[in-house]
Design a protein around this ligand. Structure first.
Ligand code: MLT
Ligand code: ZN
Length: 475
């Protein structure tokens, strides 16, 4: 059914009867926060937002909508960078917020698992694990808002992928409401379970196009006993990578995060973020290194100092500062985590969430910066991110004084320019943010042929009516 058809009144009545006033929002003021994305790239419309209070309620609502042919848009914390959780402009897509399914159902410190519902905020999941004496390691800037269902549906990566993998690697089992309203309970907490197709992995990274993730069994880890964080000014991109290699060669298991930042990006932090002081201002390239170990007396400080000394002698590191307290370590991390906000405040920017083999990250940064400068004189490359796993946010800030709209009109050209370099280096046009609405038009070019054909056949088999998050992922 075309998305701009209004909801049949009888459906609204049935949803109302099923969900009650807490579970169905229709007041425009209540709908507003659900209609646009964090980047303000999209502004959609919806007749209502439904907020089921239980899995059974969700399943019943999905059955009603399926019978009426009404398309559904799952929404977690609505922090998508690619418009993956916003409805379209037609006004016929119903937003489904998982916010009320936010319980921790179970934590088992022996199995090292937590069963969490989709609407649980990521930070709350981390806190619940910590209370049980464990660590849930997935960590990203939006963790105070992003939800378990959202990070799984997008296979989020974040800052600790280098050590713990992506969301997919942290998931053992799933519970899913399928597009026809059936509930699949795959909440197994097994490390070994070879019983045919690994269906749980189908829903991770599917961005809600195959069903609703309603709960998951997540892997927990021992809590670190020691942590060290250092901000290092480095000579150039190659020196940053060389420093990563030094840490990895000494003790691979100790590196929890290894993040690159450009001097200009760090400058935006100092300029725009309240209390944004930078201990080592004025350099062109920085690295934030985070070491953690759960071993007793791991000796991380010794390791950190030894590696930094070697790298200083080799001319790779120009200066460095080590966090001496939890507060200082937090302050150093803020420089990195506030990058998206600082870039937003500086003006219009175009994001390129891309990945290449780790060894090619320096080349990616250099070549795409040069190519974008040639494309738009005065453009300001502000690359940053997860160098340790090969995912660089190759973002471009508008030239000073340029009309933001004029700059954003060049978004496509900029993304093409960066993607040409990414392709040449054997990388991916979407590393951790997903496809959403923003990148569907790139799918044919990058994943066309047998791969996209297979994705379409899976979609048709699981969601034959095409009602789950239409317009996302698949072109
Ligand atoms: C981050 O790592 O902070 C986000 O994934 C990046 C972004 O905002 O581009
Ligand atoms: Zn990131």
């Amino acid at each position: 059914m075309p998305d701009d058809q209004p909801l049949p009144p009888s459906l609204l009545d049935r949803l109302q009867a099923l969900l009650g006033p807490r579970g169905l929002l229709t007041d425009p003021a209540d709908l507003a926060p659900h209609l646009s994305d964090w980047r303000n790239l999209y502004r959609g419309r919806t007749p209502c937002v439904i907020r089921p209070g239980s899995v059974e309620e969700l399943a019943a609502a999905v059955r009603l909508c399926a019978a009426a042919g009404t398309p559904l848009v799952p929404q977690g914390g609505n922090t998508s960078m690619v418009g993956g959780a916003t409805p379209d402009e037609g006004g016929g897509q119903v937003v489904v917020s998982l916010a009320r399914l936010n319980r921790v159902r179970d934590i088992d410190p022996l199995d090292m698992t937590m069963t969490a519902e989709a609407g649980l905020v990521l930070k709350a999941a981390q806190d619940a694990a910590a209370e049980a004496g464990c660590l849930f390691p997935l960590s990203l800037g939006a963790e105070g808002t992003a939800t378990v269902g959202g990070v799984l549906s997008t296979n989020a990566g974040g800052n600790t992928t280098v050590r713990y993998g992506n969301a997919r690697d942290l998931m053992l089992g799933l519970e899913v409401v399928l597009p026809d309203g059936q509930v699949w309970n795959g909440l197994r907490r097994l490390r070994k379970d070879n019983t045919g197709y690994a269906l749980r992995h189908l829903f991770v990274g599917a961005e809600g196009t195959l069903g609703f993730v309603t709960a998951a069994v997540l892997r927990l880890f021992p809590r670190p006993r020691e942590t060290e964080v250092a901000l290092c000014a480095v000579q150039d991109e190659d020196a940053a990578l060389a420093l990563f290699r030094r840490f990895r060669d000494r003790d691979e298991g100790a590196v929890r995060a290894f993040e690159y930042m450009s001097g200009e990006g760090v400058g935006f932090y100092a300029k725009h973020i309240e209390g944004g002081t930078v201990p080592l201002p004025g350099f062109d390239h920085y690295v934030l290194v985070d070491l953690a170990s759960s071993r007793p007396e791991a000796g991380l400080r010794g390791l950190l100092e030894a590696v930094l000394e070697e790298a200083l002698e080799a001319g790779e590191v120009l200066d460095a500062t080590i966090g001496e307290s939890e507060a200082q370590r937090h302050a150093l991390w803020r420089i990195r985590e506030e990058h998206p906000e600082a870039q937003k405040r500086e003006g219009a920017s175009v994001k390129n969430d891309v990945s290449v083999p780790v060894s090619r990250t320096p080349e990616l940064i250099r070549r795409s910066s040069e190519a974008c400068r040639a494309l738009i004189p005065g453009v300001r490359p502000v690359p940053f991110g997860h160098m340790g796993d090969g995912n660089i946010h190759m973002n471009l800030e508008q030239p000073v004084g340029m009309d933001p709209a004029e700059f954003l009109a060049r978004s496509h050209d900029i993304m093409e320019t960066v993607n040409a370099v990414v392709r040449d280096l054997g990388g991916s046009f979407s590393a951790e943010h997903g496809i959403g609405r923003l990148k569907t038009d790139m799918m044919e070019d990058w994943r066309g042929g047998a791969e996209l054909d297979l994705m379409r056949r899976i979609k048709a088999a699981v969601d034959p009516k095409g009602l789950m998050n239409p317009g996302k992922v698949l072109p």
